[in-house]
Design a binder for this molecule. Structure first.
Ligand code: B16
Ligand code: MG
Length: 217
């Protein structure tokens, strides 16, 4: 039986990708680099530093370290201005039901996010108390697809990776879970997440029966 659940944040619990998109787009445009939803898709689950590196590469731009750091700070400031307007209503459909079911049944639950803003976001939407442990971008040195973030989660929860189930919306995150031999559950468009063990459009499709199927997998 599987014993623990690890949730990604952006794209699984809340849709903050749209805020990242707005902030990255403004940054890219200030550098005369075009930036579309398609490019944004490739930044999902990718750390802040790696995201800016990718954008610069797409635009064939090199900048000083100082400018790099100031752009990252500016992007985050804009991103947080959107985050700070979030509330319970921004929790994606079905997520709260699942978290409540897991809590009532004493399953172990952790967050495994690349975001350095994960705690702030969980606070904003009022979900902090559902997580036994939080591992976020402040605690890992290797970004997804490296499994470090999920392995740390397993350590904290005291379970073997093979006994953990990971919910992820990004290709990098599914890869990370698979590398660590965890059960990977893709949330979002299946064609994007073909390598996942299971696929669901969102948590509205996940009920108690589904959870039991995952546990027995
Ligand atoms: P921050 P996740 C990831 O969160 C996002 O998907 C990705 O787009 C973002 O660049 C990254 O967090 C870093 O976020 O700038 O807030 O530190 O999907 O791993 O929860
Ligand atoms: Mg994500």
């Amino acid at each position: 039986f599987k014993k623990a659940f690890i949730f990604d944040l952006d794209g699984v619990i809340v849709d903050t990708a749209k805020f990242h998109f707005l902030a990255w787009k403004n940054l890219a445009e200030s550098l005369n680099i075009s930036f579309s939803e398609e490019e944004n898709e490739q930044l999902k689950g990718v750390s802040r530093i790696n995201s800016l590196e990718k954008i610069l590469k797409w635009g064939n731009k090199t900048i000083s370290e100082e400018k790099f750091n100031s752009l990252m700070a500016k992007k985050n400031e804009e991103y947080l201005s959107y985050v700070d307007n979030m509330s319970k209503e921004d929790i994606l459909p079905g997520v709260l039901n699942t978290l409540e079911y897991l809590k009532e049944n004493n399953y172990q639950v952790a967050l495994g996010s690349a975001s350095k803003n994960a705690r702030r976001i969980l606070n904003k939407v009022g979900l902090n108390s559902y997580f036994d442990h939080i591992v976020d971008g402040n605690e890992v040195s290797k970004a997804k697809p490296d499994p470090e973030v999920f392995l740390k989660g397993c350590d904290l929860l005291g379970v073997e990776p093979k006994d953990a189930i990971v919910f992820e919306d990004s290709q990098a995150g599914i890869k990370a879970a698979n590398t660590a031999e965890m059960t990977s559950v893709g949330i979002g468009e299946e064609s994007n997440l073909k390598e996942a063990d299971f696929n669901f459009e969102g948590f509205s499709e996940i009920n108690q029966e589904t959870i039991q199927t995952l546990i027995n997998f």
